[in-house]
Design a protein around this ligand. Structure first.
Ligand code: NAP
Length: 258
């Protein structure tokens, strides 16, 4: 599809943008005219993505950003503003899958590590971007939750808890900042074929068999692609969604429709 500048001139920060869903979001928003702060802990992959965006005629810069480190978050949000101007789009995408054990075997350290990235990371990035958006009286914050933030499954208890938290943080912030013209929405992907899912299946054994089995859990019969989620991000980032806040966009091949 040829780009039509749906987010032209916007300044977007995307966390965990070097790989997977974040990477697809960076490419799509750049293609639609936004200036992109590609942020991640994987510096080599992030730098390569910036190069790719430049080759495609887009604008992007890489920043190393561990979302669980508040000092780093504060510094990067200021640096992005200094380079591109006030941040108008934040995609809180960075996340880890964490310990896949039953609840009674999860350690306190495993619980804290996951919450620090998946929940505190969303809190820190939102907290430090809000002053810029409140001043500008506009902005769109998109939080990557999951189908695991909507329904249970007999695996990954800390991950479920974290994605449920992100769902409600979204609604509270939507209420708190609506009067500033700031919209906050969550996205709930089904299983999407990314390094996160590939590594998870590798840890279980046969990747191809696992891919087929997990794909079969979705009524459409297969896993999604990162672009399936990036299209949703593009919609929520653009003014096409100007009357949408506090909502949950489910993109899951029908997984939760049962
Ligand atoms: P991914 O392939 O693992 O990519 C996530 C990126 O975030 C990686 O580059 C990762 O680096 C980075 N990251 C990890 N911890 C970070 C931190 N503390 N600060 C900054 N960046 C960090 O994951 P994905 O599948 O694209 O998932 C993206 C988001 O979608 C996550 O929030 C995930 O929970 C959510 N989601 C994914 C699926 C799915 O099926 N893929 C489904 C529902 C929701 P490392 O590789 O070093 O960890």
């Amino acid at each position: 599809m040829s780009p039509s500048g749906r987010v032209r001139g916007e300044v977007a920060v995307i966390t965990g943008a070097s790989l997977g869903i974040g990477r697809a979001c960076a490419l799509m928003l750049a293609n639609e005219g936004a200036m992109i702060a590609v942020t991640d802990v994987l510096d080599k992959e992030g730098a390569a993505l910036v190069k790719e965006i430049h080759q495609q005629g887009g604008e992007a810069t890489y920043w190393h950003l561990d979302v669980s480190d508040e000092a780093e978050v504060t510094a990067v949000m200021e640096q992005v503003k200094a380079k591109y101007g006030s941040i108008s789009i934040l995609v809180n995408n960075a996340g880890i899958s964490g310990a896949d054990k039953p609840t009674h075997e999860v350690t306190s350290e495993e619980w804290d590590r996951l919450m620090n990235v998946n929940v505190k990371g969303v809190f820190f990035c939102t907290k430090h971007v809000l002053p810029q958006m409140m001043k500008a009286k506009r902005g769109s914050i998109i939080n990557m939750s999951s189908i695991y933030g909507l329904i249970g499954a007999a695996d990954a208890p800390p991950y479920h808890a974290s994605k449920g938290a992100v769902r409600l943080m979204t609604k509270t912030d939507a209420m708190l900042y609506a009067s500033y013209g700031i919209r906050v929405n969550s996205i709930h992907p089904g299983f999407i074929w990314t390094p996160m899912v590939e590594n998870f299946l590798k840890s279980k054994g046969d990747v191809e068999a696992g891919k087929k089995a997990i794909g079969g859990l979705h009524p459409l019969g297969h896993m999604g692609d990162p672009d399936d989620i990036a299209y949703g991000v593009l919609y929520l980032a653009s003014s096409e969604s100007k009357f949408v806040t506090g909502s949950e966009l489910i993109i899951d091949g029908g997984y939760t429709a049962r």
